[in-house]
Design a protein around this ligand. Structure first.
Ligand SMILES: Cc1cc2nc3c(=O)[nH]c(=O)nc-3n(C[C@H](O)[C@H](O)[C@H](O)COP(=O)(O)O)c2cc1C
Length: 215
């Protein structure tokens, strides 16, 4: 009888051991397809559902900058600090360009008379003149055409200027400033304002008025 008890106890122990292990095994089996193939949608969803927030060098969360960025069209009169302006230009300069040719230029406008002329060229968009700083982004088609021919002239130079302007805007936001992309302007009028400072083929791509938001 004692031996019988022993056997029953041993069987019960083995049964409990198997019962305790099986739910975990089932979970592992059902989770396996999600991680088995890197390209599987379930695996991608698993990776992206809980992403680590991307951070800038100074710890600023990129997500916060993207969330904060919006068009600011009303500005305080307060000047943009020189070091901030420098950081904004450095950010623009760090933007990628086709073949590293940087087929773009930036003109920094701070004087009121030129800003007033830019308002006119920008079809009367008054807020352009109210920003303490307006950055004018130019494509330099010949610089890209030199290596890439027609594609460089008509596309890459424009993209080089566009990416630089985007970087500048995001850096401005990261520094607590606001701005707005202005693309509606008379290209000839903008070119005329800066005629004496620019190369023959420079093309204005975007105006970026920057300052402290008054919204
Ligand atoms: C190529 C381009 C041209 C734009 N031109 C103007 C413009 O001339 N004037 C203006 O007030 N906003 C302009 N904007 C800003 C958009 O109107 C604005 O980004 C859009 O309404 C989304 O709003 P958000 O930037 O606040 O998210 C332009 C934006 C882009 C990308």
């Amino acid at each position: 009888m004692k031996a019988c008890y022993k056997e029953i106890l041993l069987l019960a122990f083995v049964f409990l051991l198997l019962a305790a292990r099986s739910p975990g095994q089932a979970r592992a089996a059902s989770a396996a397809p999600a991680v088995a193939h890197a390209g599987h949608p379930a695996a991608i969803a698993e990776k992206t559902s809980n992403p680590e927030p991307a951070r800038g060098e100074d710890g600023t969360e990129m997500n916060e900058i993207f969330k904060k960025r919006h068009c600011v069209r009303s500005f305080q009169t307060k000047d943009v600090p020189r070091e901030d302006l420098r950081a904004i230009l450095q950010a623009a300069n760090s933007a990628p360009s086709a073949g590293g040719l940087k087929a773009r230029e930036i003109i920094v406008v701070t004087d009121a008379a030129t800003r007033a002329r830019l308002v006119e060229a920008a079809l009367g968009q008054e807020f352009v003149g109210h920003a303490p700083v307006v950055l004018v982004f130019w494509a330099v088609p010949s610089r890209s055409a030199h290596k890439y021919g027609e594609r460089g002239r008509t596309l890459y130079a424009v993209q080089d200027a566009t990416i630089a302007a985007s970087f500048a805007w995001l850096q401005a936001v990261a520094l607590g400033l606001g701005g707005c992309w202005v693309g509606a302007f008379d290209e000839n009028a903008v070119t005329e304002i800066f005629r004496s400072q620019i190369g023959k083929d420079w093309r204005p791509i975007a105006l970026l008025p920057i300052g402290y938001s008054a919204e």
